[in-house]
Design a protein around this ligand. Structure first.
Ligand code: SAM
Length: 389
């Protein structure tokens, strides 16, 4: 496409996005969701990414945002509505994951021009980088985390199955292309749900919390002693500051103790400094002489006990439960060697990802895999020093 046409198309897309954004704000105001403006400004960037910033100093514990119950899209609401409107039968509900039920619900709602939630649905992101969306075989060959591709395949399979079984039959699609387009829309809603769902006790899935789902994640190094995000009776769904935030700083919440693998799977990003990062691998893939077929995990505290037991020099220690006893009896030089093998594998991944063609084809996804591999190397590096004499 030539320059001016591309510019016109981009401007038109921006106008639509601006109009949708204004409608979303008016909708929130019409539902009396306004008090957050005292503390927060909501920034929106051209690539569609949104963040909250502190307008004033925010002290730990401050209520940042309160969303009334009737604005939440919960698993229970979705299941009830789908059953009432004969999309699913009551006995099928327990067999379908709650997250899928909400995705089905959003997909059906999105087809209704007068849906109460339309202003919210219209500002959900248009594209995602969740791992199961990656299709490029070369890119996928650089995913080193063990067993993750099975999870990816299971998610893809389950999405197709649910769409075909419950949704496609009610739509007139006269071509494969139309089926694919509808399926893509359903997948987009699924991505929105998995990457934005909030914990809600007593609900089969949790809740989508309009506006509350614009907070980005930061990792906190020790588990929070208090639940800062959740349902508070008499108030609604409340987001509180889990630490102090200075004027102008981005205001985060914490999605929990997520490893980078979990972040890549469910949110489509990884963190450079992630205290909860861990990696899993099969040791025989690195060293055929170690006879251990179980999955081994490594985190910032070291290797999982199964490998310590497998490498115990003294048979009497193999049953020990205590990590210190096991480490003393383990062949630490071998653990160090495994660290070197892991390091070399991740190094190769980082080098292979430094590929211009791949970068041009899939820039965001390459960056995600690079940062994932680099953070794995950080974990390996910590372990390496731990097992060095
Ligand atoms: C609950 S939404 C948060 C709002 C999101 N930024 C938006 O514009 O809609 C979760 C998504 O935000 C992005 N995200 C959240 N925290 C992030 C972080 N620390 N770094 C990069 N992306 C992040 C990821 O795309 C994730 O799937």
């Amino acid at each position: 496409m030539c320059g001016p046409r591309r510019r016109r198309k981009r401007n038109a897309a921006m106008e639509t996005a601006n109009a949708r954004w204004s409608r979303f704000h008016r909708w929130l105001e019409s539902q009396q969701v306004t008090s957050w403006k005292k503390h927060l400004s909501l920034e929106r960037y051209e690539n569609g990414y949104r963040t909250f910033h502190a307008k004033e100093f925010i002290a730990k514990g401050t209520a940042l945002l309160e969303i009334p119950g009737h604005l939440l899209i919960t698993g229970n609401k979705a299941a009830k509505w789908l059953e009432k409107n004969e999309w699913i039968r009551a006995e099928e509900i327990a067999r379908i994951p709650g997250i899928m039920l909400i995705s089905m619900y959003l997909f059906v709602l999105s087809k209704q021009t007068d849906s109460f939630w339309k202003p919210y649905l219209d500002v959900l992101p248009a594209s995602y980088d969740l791992l199961f969306l990656f299709r490029d075989e070369l890119l996928l060959s650089y995913v080193t985390e063990a067993d993750i591709m099975q999870k990816v395949q299971a998610t893809r399979h389950s999405l197709r199955d649910i769409f075909q079984r419950y949704l496609a039959r009610r739509w007139n699609y006269d071509s494969r292309a139309k089926w694919n387009a509808l399926f893509k829309e359903f997948v987009r809603y699924y991505c929105a749900v998995v990457s934005r769902i909030c914990f809600l006790p007593g609900d089969i899935a949790g809740a989508l919390v309009p506006l509350g789902d614009m907070f980005n994640h930061e990792a906190v190094s020790s588990p929070l002693e208090h639940r800062y995000v959740g349902w508070e009776s008499g108030k609604g769904y409340v987001f509180r500051a889990h630490r102090n935030f200075h004027v102008g700083a981005e205001v985060f919440v914490s999605y929990g103790a997520c490893s980078n693998t979990e972040l890549a799977l469910w949110y489509g990003f990884t963190l450079k400094e992630n205290p909860w990062d861990s990696l899993s691998f099969y040791v025989h893939e690195l060293d055929k002489d170690i006879l251990l077929s179980e999955l081994v995990t490594l985190d910032r505290q070291g290797f999982s006990l199964n490998i310590l037991r497998a490498l115990c020099k003294d048979d009497s220690c193999k049953e020990a439960q205590d990590v210190d006893t096991l480490i003393c009896a383990t062949d630490r030089a071998k653990l160090y060697e495994i660290c070197l093998l892991l390091e070399s594998r991740e190094n190769k991944v980082v080098a292979a990802l430094d590929n211009r063609n791949l970068m041009e084809r899939e820039p965001t996804r390459v960056v995600l895999l690079q940062s994932w591999a680099l953070s794995r190397m950080q974990v390996v590096n910590i372990a390496k020093h731990m097992y060095l004499w």
